[in-house]
Design a protein around this ligand. Structure first.
Ligand code: PMP
Length: 361
């Protein structure tokens, strides 16, 4: 089968076709070197160039200056829930967490093992259908850091701008909207994201850490959990996920060659608007989960009148070559994940199907 489906997966997600083709060209012999990237020593010159150009291209995409280190680590975003707390909650042993979904809940769970967690704001009482307002946040100026999740993959909500936290270091899990828009990295002490949505295949967590934060990493920590160790080892304290980082590098080049993050953001807004308009113009047949002002551009979550109708909707979509539209079990319903690489034609096909399905019922 060579025909590609429209893959609405929340992650691992769709990759740019150009990137897949380039990887295919490199598959048996990377740029004439006679071997696949997977077969290379991570200490070789060829691979070193691949690794370093991925970092450089990321610096260009996000204007990351020399105050920051870039790490490609393993253990996914999930290990960062622990590493952030273990490395950074070392001054006053307390941190603020803004709880906006299932993933921030998991981050809180790990942080509680390390120190005192203050939930500075939450939307849990409303099944996470909104982002708390700045004036409702109960931030502690003595906190070691404030942690938030920029895009809530399961509930389809997103922060439009960072919370204001004064001088307290800001930490963000950007797993599901990394590189979907420009962000000002200078506002952050640490940013982390799993690769497998907007950046590449699974296997790597990207960590961008401001250098002054490294002073907090204690020598008492287990070696592998210490950010300073990974900085010293240039993300190669042990064997990195070599192929994933190669693929991430191809994705970064693809973004740079296609207008960078501003162009990507514009396209993401257009795609998301097509779906939200279809929801809003359905006379209540489709009900969006997120409050309108907090809607995500990446994960569009909505419900139908009954679970039976939702099941029929998903079954019908599969017949039309649209995969992975079933919502996460915590919200039910439908979730359309439309990451950077997801084509506009796929969104248009879904809108057409939504209208057809509504008319039929
Ligand atoms: N944070 C967010 C916002 C996520 O969507 C996910 C799921 N991919 C994770 C963390 C966990 O990521 P991983 O599977 O890479 O550990």
């Amino acid at each position: 089968m060579t025909k590609r489906v429209f893959n609405f997966s929340a992650g691992p997600g769709v990759l740019p076709l150009d990137v897949l083709k380039e990887a295919q060209e490199d598959f048996l012999s990377y740029k004439g070197h006679g071997l696949n990237v997977m077969e290379m020593s991570h200490r070789s010159k060829v691979y070193d160039d691949i690794f370093n150009s991925a970092k450089e291209d990321l610096r260009k995409l996000l204007d990351i200056n020399d105050n920051y280190e870039i790490l490609f680590l393993q253990g996914g975003a999930t290990l960062q829930f622990s590493m952030v707390a273990l490395n950074l909650m070392t001054k006053n042993k307390k941190a603020d967490y803004i709880l906006t979904g299932g993933w921030s809940k998991k981050a809180v769970k790990e942080a509680k093992r390390v120190g005192a967690v203050n939930v500075a704001g939450t939307s849990e009482e409303a099944n996470f259908n909104f982002i708390p307002k700045q004036e409702d946040l109960k931030l502690d100026p003595e906190a070691d850091y404030v942690h938030f999740t920029s895009n809530n993959t399961l509930y389809g909500t997103a922060w439009k701008t960072e919370p204001e936290v004064g001088n307290v270091p800001l930490v963000c899990d950007t797993s599901s909207d990394m590189l979907s828009r420009k962000i000002d990295v200078n506002k952050y002490a640490l940013i982390y994201a799993g690769a497998q949505k907007n950046m590449g295949p699974a296997g790597t967590a990207l960590v961008i850490i401001r250098k002054d934060m490294l002073e907090r990493s204690s020598d008492e920590l287990h070696t592998y959990l210490n950010y300073q160790v990974h900085v010293n080892g240039k993300s190669m304290y042990n064997t990195p996920a070599t192929y994933t980082v190669y693929m991430m590098g191809l994705v970064y080049k693809w973004l740079l060659n296609n207008g960078g993050l501003d162009a990507m953001y514009k396209k993401n807004v257009e795609k998301a608007n097509l779906l939200y308009d279809a929801i809003d113009n359905s006379n209540g047949f489709y009900k969006g989960h997120a409050k309108v002002e907090d809607r995500s551009l990446m994960n569009v979550c909505f419900n139908l009148e009954t679970p039976e109708l939702e099941k029929e909707f998903v079954e019908g979509s599969i017949e039309k070559g649209m995969l992975n539209l079933k919502g996460h079990r915590s919200v039910g319903g439908i979730r359309a994940s439309i990451y950077n690489a997801f084509p506009t034609e796929g969104v248009e096909a879904l809108v057409e199907y939504m209208n057809e399905f509504k008319n039929k019922h």
